[in-house]
Design a binder for this molecule. Structure first.
Ligand code: PLP
Length: 393
């Protein structure tokens, strides 16, 4: 074929992380068929949806089979009932949103990947380590990426001090995947103030906000002026177990102006052209998940995951192993003991304790020497894993 491809794809490295992990685990299983392996590397929820969410999904599906209640294409930006549910969800944390600033999506990954469509050739600043979608989607568009170094000294929460005053696009993820680190009010305010002063845009990923238990901001809009500088991308995936149902929402405030253009208008145009909305039953399920009762039910599942992070954190406290996360996040990010590298520690854990986690280096260079453990296994398995870890750490 003689067509030209998007050459930027040649600049994206293949992600071998999870295939490499699986290869090592399968090899180990082949040689140790009786090993009872516990997976603390799972990044996906494991508990089923609360009943009231399933009921909403079923009820709406049944409506689709009846002439009077059948619905065709949904609105590209979401039905009003779900946008209103999002506005109310924010109101509960004392953030007021315009209905028109809310866009319903099939999950945060799509919007985080697609947002590059409405932005030009800016310098892009991305924390390292972090969820890889920000880097790869910007590489696909040929953008120049600068890294914001997360490390033990800044608790994996890079701040703007030391950056120049040029305008830029800044990605922030709080609570962070993989480090679980969460910006407090003052830290997040320093980013908003910096963006306001420099005419920069923040893309704020709040996919894990429902895990926050201390007084860290659950939305960037808790900070004054944030609506003038930030887009917030969020998801029901981890909050309500929607990883397989698929629903998220993105807030593009009406106040966001870049060179006189409204980012809200651009995103509307982008979505209307390339997206045909989320299915009606899923939007009804999301409405149920965002209701007061729905939040209460989902929090019961989160409490089960949190029990696991607590067990892990207590062990690392006892052993004097440095970690971040755990408190506001399903992730505990530990420093590999004895100066081991991420994959060295992976092999050590697999061999000595039959436990699988995720090597930190898979999330960026700064993750080398660190390791992510997650809370999505059962309480029983996590308890057993903690006992095994106690013996070998
Ligand atoms: N943002 C972060 C930080 C994530 O870790 C994930 C998924 O793991 C996502 C976004 C994607 O979420 P969704 O399932 O809504 O696409």
């Amino acid at each position: 074929m003689n067509i030209k491809i998007n050459d930027n794809f040649n600049n994206i490295s293949e992600s071998y992380l999870f295939s490499d992990i699986n290869k090592r685990v399968n090899e180990y299983k082949k040689n140790h068929p009786n090993a009872k392996i516990i997976r603390l590397g799972i990044g996906d929820v494991t508990l089923p949806l609360p009943k009231l969410i399933v009921d909403a999904l079923v009820k709406a599906s049944n409506e689709m089979g009846v002439k009077d209640t059948f619905r065709g294409y949904p609105p590209e930006y979401g039905y009003d009932f779900i946008k209103e549910a999002v506005v109310k969800y924010y109101k509960n944390i004392n953030v007021s949103l315009d209905l028109d600033s809310v866009f319903i999506s099939d999950g945060a990954k799509s919007d985080l990947g697609n947002i590059v469509d409405i932005l030009g050739d800016n310098d892009i600043y991305i924390p390292n380590p972090v969820y890889p979608v920000y880097v790869d989607s910007n590489l696909m568009s040929g953008r120049k990426i600068h890294y914001l170094n997360g490390n033990e000294a800044n608790n994996f929460l890079p701040l703007p001090s030391g950056l120049d005053n040029n305008s830029k696009v800044i990605y922030l993820c709080s609570p962070n995947n993989p480090t679980g680190a969460t910006y407090n009010y003052d830290e997040l305010k320093s980013w908003v103030d910096y963006a306001y002063k420099t005419g920069s845009l923040i893309i704020f990923d709040s996919a894990y906000e429902a895990f926050i238990t201390d007084d860290s901001p659950r939305s960037i809009y808790k900070i004054e002026h944030a609506k003038e500088v930030a887009i917030e991308v969020s998801s029901l995936s981890k909050m309500a177990g929607f990883t397989g149902v698929r629903c998220g929402f993105t807030i593009v405030p009406l106040e966001l102006l870049a060179g006189g253009s409204s980012l809200n208008k651009l995103w509307k145009r982008r979505q209307a052209t390339k997206f045909n909305g989320v299915s009606y039953p899923v939007q009804r399920a999301a409405e149920a998940a965002l209701s007061e009762e729905g939040v209460k039910e989902s929090q019961k599942n989160l409490a089960i995951y949190k029990k696991n992070t607590k067990m892990l954190c207590e062990l690392f406290d006892e052993k004097g192993i440095w970690y971040s996360g755990g408190v506001n996040s399903p992730y505990v990010w530990i420093k590999c003991p004895n100066g081991m590298k991420s994959f060295e520690f992976f092999d050590y854990l697999l061999d000595k304790a039959n436990i699988v986690g995720t090597p930190g280096v898979g999330f960026g260079e700064n993750g080398e020497g660190y390791f992510r453990l997650t809370s999505f296994a059962s309480n029983e398995d996590t308890k057993e894993a903690v006992e095994r870890l106690r013996k070998i750490l």
